[in-house]
Write a protein that binds this ligand. Sequence first.
Ligand code: DX5
Ligand code: ZN
Length: 216
Amino acid sequence: MQPIVAPSILAADFSNLGQAITMINESEADWIHVDVMDGVFVPNISLGIPVAEAIKRHANKPLDVHLMIVHPENFVEAFRKVGADSITVHAEACPHLHRNIQQIKHAGAKAGVAINPHTPIVDLENIIQDIDMVLIMSVNPGFGAQKFIENTYQKIRDMKALILAKKSGAKIEIDGGVTLENARALLDAGADVLVAGNLIFSSPNPKQIIQRLKRI
Ligand code: DX5
Ligand code: ZN
């Protein structure tokens, strides 16, 4: 089966965002991955609601919003209002994760939960049936173009086993350090969605990279 491919707009030239979105629109990419960072949950600040709104206005693909922020409950409705199709929050940032999931679903978006490299799969045992997606961070969140963490393969296999055991329909999304070299192995381990920033946007031919990921 072909993976869902989600280019991460974080790696695009922000002075030419329109061109990046046109490229994604014309490519075989499935979603646009939007990384929101608050400088508190992660040591970086990226973009917020007005930029997500501008992206949505030009995009003809679903917006996959990855909130790397504390208190995501304060912004779920706002991101939904500007057109987020899926909203993913970090388990580590949400002491009331079940409530956050209900809020996202109630707002009408697909609900995802992201986990950092150190967070064990078992933390999602009691929430996996309620969510549409699990985002396994394969780098520490905060920056693009980092080195892929090898332990991710085992986490994907364990996550897949939990999803099957609990009869959940959750997709597994991999975020960080995805390359043409590791993509096949990630899918074989059980990944459904591949996020790629640096790989796509540092290429002179981003559409071709997206096509190669789709056919990996
Ligand atoms: C990292 C972000 C990722 C990042 C991936 O905090 O969540 O989405 O943009 O970038 P690459 O593919 O460059 O590792
Ligand atoms: Zn991301």
